[in-house]
Design a protein around this ligand. Sequence first.
Ligand code: MGD
Ligand code: MGD
Ligand code: SF4
Ligand code: MO
Length: 690
Amino acid sequence: MTTPTPATAPSAPQTVRGACPHDCPDTCALLTTVENGIAIRVQGNPAHGHTDGVLCAKVSKYAERTHHPERLLTPLKRSGPKGSGQFTPVGWDEALDDIAQRLAAIAARDPQAILPYSYAGTMGLVQGESVDRRFFHRLGASLLGRTICASAGSEGLNQTLGGKVGMKVEWFAESKLILIWGSNSIGSNLHFWRYAQQAKREGARLVCIDPRKSETADKCHEHLQLLPGTDAALALALMHELIANDWLDHDYIARHTLGWEGLRERALQWPPERAAEICGLPVEQIRRLARDYGTTGPAAIRLNYGMQRARGGGNATRAVACLPALVGAWRHRAGGLLMSSSGMFPVQRAALQRPELMPAGQPPRTVNMSTIGDDLLRPASDAFGPRIDALVVYNSNPVAVAPESAKVVAGFAREDLFTVVLEHFQTDTADYADYVLPATTQLEHWDVHVAYGHTDVLLNRPAIAPVGQARPNTQVFRDLAARMGFTDACFADSDEDLCRQAYGSHVDFQQLLDEGFASLPVPDAPYAEGGFPTPSGRCEFHSERLAAQGLDPLPDHLPNRERAGMSAEYPLAMISPPARNFLNSTFVNVKSLRNIETQPVLEIHPDDAAPRGIADGGRVRVFNARGSYECHAAVNHRARPGVVNGLGIWWRKFGVGGTNVNELTGQALTDLGAAPTFYDCVVQVEAVQA
Ligand SMILES: Nc1nc2c(c(=O)[nH]1)N[C@H]1C(S)=C(S)[C@@H](COP(=O)(O)OP(=O)(O)OC[C@H]3O[C@@H](n4cnc5c(=O)[nH]c(N)nc54)[C@H](O)[C@@H]3O)O[C@H]1N2
Ligand SMILES: Nc1nc2c(c(=O)[nH]1)N[C@H]1C(S)=C(S)[C@@H](COP(=O)(O)OP(=O)(O)OC[C@H]3O[C@@H](n4cnc5c(=O)[nH]c(N)nc54)[C@H](O)[C@@H]3O)O[C@H]1N2
Ligand code: SF4
Ligand SMILES: [Mo]
């Protein structure tokens, strides 16, 4: 006798292959276990070598984030003053009709008064840069300069190596010397750290270069705790020593580099004593690092974005990126440098984004996302163009993450600004919206990915149905396009179509469907015989392209605009790297992770805390000319004297007094790439009496 299956029978658990969407170099392969339509567990896919079955603490909590009781479930319309967080639920049709109408009215005056604002809340090519771009291109909206994270380093690499290219990450495991430069790998690049550990077990020496004694610095053999923004001085002094001791690969330099004579002359101006003074390091430590780098092979540099968030970030990246060619490190697969591998992915961006939909003639202006505070407050002018009248924000939380919050908040609070925010949660930015639209998470939509810390393409399949009335970003822009009367055929592409278009014939889509990932055919030692993707095919110490822009063609040290001890009023330098259990401002609302971080923290050295009467755990006010931020002091040696570490990026509404560390950061831009200078910042700190 068989028992009939009742209609409501619980379904057997299913496992669905996906990709971690977050802005993290690791782009892990996910396995989501689904039971009765609910994601009950998210794990690393053991079949994907780089993930190796392991996820970070944050994404291990992804089921908790996805089924979070505070997920946005319906469209919301503002019913109180801007920023008050008062909203009324409305239907999708009502919301989209009204949004389309309001955007159309603004576009009729000047479409450039509309600005999309998005970043890498998801790194998926489909939910991050496909139908959205098509929509705004067709509309003729302003373009967005997506500079907030990496564009100084990217431009530095581009001018030196020819793009975001470098070593294959897996070969770090075979290196004998690893420089972890401007990166807290244990916190932000866990799967790279695994390779570094492997190398360490085989006898490699690990060196960390970071103003903060990070968790990673704790685990390295040596830590160079330099002052923020002095990396180019250090790199130039290393070159000086390589030259002085003839630790050079003359053959590699002659055959595969450009501008050696000029660089040599520049580096000879940087004896270690000069750099030691600027970097705030013992001269012996610089000499020792030069000796290690000049005499240990294969030597590899894991350069990361922490060191390019200061005025000279582009030049600093250039200086560091010259080092491997000088010693011929690129000859070996375990030698060279990796900052970002994303330039190695054959993404068909034109097919995805359709720039030809832009109005004929002059392309729309570009607004830099890193100066959104100033730009929202800017009146119309010949230089700027029309005032920004509408903002459509998705995959980003600018009110929390953009520099100089006072201005950002004032801009978002403009009653005459029409703001639409597509989000999972009621973030600081969503509080300022006219409409909040509930978005699907990675467990609920299709996507396909690039990575910037390895060279595998990953596919993401939806594991569960959209939660509540959430819709994918793509669907929202398709629906808006229809309401605006955009009949171009490309607006009919489904998310699966878009997944296929992202790489066209360059990646085997069937393999992605079958296995969830596919490795790009990258040679093991891609620059062993030169062949850099620069105009000359060489590693360009001297950049003719920079010279043509009237810029210094050789890398140099450009001091921070704001330096420790420079003014009596604001004597301390402040950097604001991320707290380990958050991802930028994502996960701050996940209670189990927030409980680990406990509260917003400023790390301060005992020598700076004592004269200010600041006790460990005590409340402090951190301030400068731009603003004031209260948090709790962690008095310890993670901070070096003269430098404080304000760990980010808390949601303002979870912070003390509704602020976060970006109250203090400024909107000045880097030398190359027009990127923000979050870590080029001075402050004063005082104890707050309870
Ligand atoms: N857990 C976690 N992981 C993340 C993120 C996160 O927020 N949390 N963010 C993700 C994102 S968006 C990015 S861009 C990447 C960033 O990844 P990384 O570029 O590796 O950045 P961080 O790990 O933030 O490390 C930056 C380190 O640089 C140091 N630093 C600050 N100023 C200087 C300087 O002038 N010189 C040098 N040498 N070091 C300096 C900081 O103290 C910090 O330890 O990480 C991603 N991964
Ligand atoms: N002081 C200071 N400020 C910093 C930094 C720092 O080190 N110090 N780091 C900077 C860096 S490196 C970066 S990259 C930026 C990051 O800034 P953002 O790119 O704004 O990153 P997040 O704060 O993670 O916010 C991403 C938002 O996107 C949402 N999201 C995720 N997936 C989707 C989706 O599929 N659809 C929609 N509609 N929304 C989605 C998430 O819920 C989240 O609220 O911050 C920068 N700000
Ligand atoms: S955030 Fe990074 S380490 Fe964590 S699961 Fe995603 S890709 Fe992996
Ligand atoms: Mo970033």
